[in-house]
Write a protein that binds this ligand. Structure first.
Ligand code: PLP
Length: 417
């Protein structure tokens, strides 16, 4: 089949059987059909290579098809891909222990699931069961997933409204505002759920002391601190976990995205002994998942942690992140369309003066052989979250490409006015 025929056929099937409105949106941005991934590159139906600066919203921290993860998964595939659900699983035991070792002190236990939103669902249930309270404090612009429970804490009304009534008892406060958070946490609060850096909200880095202030307020009122590290976890921000920037110890941490090494989906929620006892002591099956903690997913997770260590990805995130942010700041100085360039490690964002500019720029970026996307809760911000294995040369090319795309967008806009 010809490449353009293949593209047309896939778009048609999306339109007829998946989601015609989404198909239109994707077609407008000029997206092709993905055919192959390798390292920092994705290849489309034409054989055209794209430098992946979106990294699957944080999934591809190790790049596409990292050989070590692929090998571990293939090996497991030949032994036992999914759990028989009665015996103990060695991979799950190994991964739980590894997570306990690398997470902050006090976080000792892990429940495995398959996605970020499931990890958040478990976190909310565990907080409620442990405290026997119902109030949850969350942040405006925060993203915690789209299943009913998680969605109840996702801070954008547009996504919640059609599904109301949702889980009751959620109070939203502005992000990065310690005073507002501290004011909302009271004696009826089960937990505050918050991202160490707000990802979908537009890559917002809170001021130093923000998480510490929340930690103290939670301690004062017997509430739990749930850190959603689904996007910030595993070296993305230049530390293994986002909470390390402030040295804060949460009660619960949620993970997904990068943990599967970009090869197999996996989610996890890690928590303290107190929570384990409160949730599971009377009923060890109070919360379960059929596919959660399956042997291939855990094999991918174990290989991922090995690669992060062996390839020094925490250091790389700082090193390559510095190249990227310096370039993005230069773009900001030069272009009046760009109002801010910010982020930490390799979780970066570029903010535009208008929503539409981001969209137009993405089309220009794609045309030039690079992939980027805006943040889900803030269309003014284009995120730059490439694989952490990106080279310095690739980082320089990414910045150059984005700069050119913004310049052309500016020219196009000038002809329109
Ligand atoms: C992506 C994301 C989620 C949801 O993860 P899914 O796997 O899409 O359900 C939750 N929290 C944060 C911070 C995320 O970035």
């Amino acid at each position: 089949m010809q490449a353009d025929e293949l593209h047309a056929e896939v778009v048609r099937k999306y339109s007829e059987h998946i989601n015609p409105y989404l198909a239109k949106l994707m077609n407008f941005a000029g997206f092709g059909v993905e055919v192959q991934g390798e390292g920092c590159y994705l290849t489309d139906q034409d054989g055209k290579r794209y430098l992946d600066c979106l990294g699957g919203y944080g999934v591809f921290s190790l790049g596409h098809r990292h050989p070590k993860v692929v090998e571990a998964v293939k090996r497991q595939l030949d032994e036992l891909p999914l759990s028989g659900k009665t015996f103990f699983s060695k991979n799950q035991a190994d991964l739980a222990e590894r997570l306990a070792r690398i997470t902050p002190e006090g976080i000792e236990f892990t429940f495995f699931c398959n996605s970020g939103t499931e990890a958040v669902e478990a976190a909310l249930k565990f907080a409620k069961a442990t405290t026997r309270r119902a109030k949850v404090v969350s942040t405006i612009g925060g993203f915690h997933g789209k299943t009913i429970g998680s969605l109840s804490t996702t801070g954008r009304e547009k996504y919640r409204k059609p599904f109301e009534p949702l889980m009751p008892g959620v109070e939203f406060v502005p992000y990065a505002d310690a005073e507002a958070a501290v004011g909302a946490i009271d004696d009826s609060t089960a937990c505050m759920i918050v991202e160490p850096i707000q990802g979908e909200g537009g890559i917002h880095v809170p001021p130093d002391g923000y998480l510490r202030a929340i930690r103290e307020a939670c301690d004062r009122h017997g509430a739990l601190l749930v850190l959603d590290e689904v996007q910030t976890g595993f070296a993305r921000t230049g530390k293994m976990f986002g909470c390390e920037h402030e040295g804060v110890r949460p009660d619960v941490m949620t993970f997904a995205k990068a943990l599967g090494g970009g090869v197999i989906p996996i989610g996890a929620v890690s928590f303290t002994e107190r929570i384990c006892e409160a949730v599971f002591s009377e009923n060890p099956l109070l919360h379960t998942s059929t596919f959660g903690g399956n042997p291939i997913a855990c094999a991918a997770g174990l290989a991922t942690l090995d690669v992060i260590k062996e390839e020094g990805l925490v250091e790389r995130a700082n090193e390559i992140g510095a190249v990227l942010i310096a370039g993005l700041r230069e773009i900001k100085e030069k272009s009046e369309l760009v109002t801010d360039a910010r982020g930490r490690g390799m979780m970066l964002g570029v903010e535009f003066s208008m929503d539409e500019v981001g969209e137009l720029t993405i089309a220009q970026v794609v045309k030039r052989g690079m992939i980027a996307a805006y943040t889900l809760n803030n269309p003014r911000v284009i995120r730059i979250e490439p694989p952490l294995v990106m080279t310095k040369e690739q980082a320089e090319r990414a910045v150059e490409t984005l700069g050119e795309a913004i310049e052309e967008t500016q020219e196009i806009l000038a002809t329109l006015i």
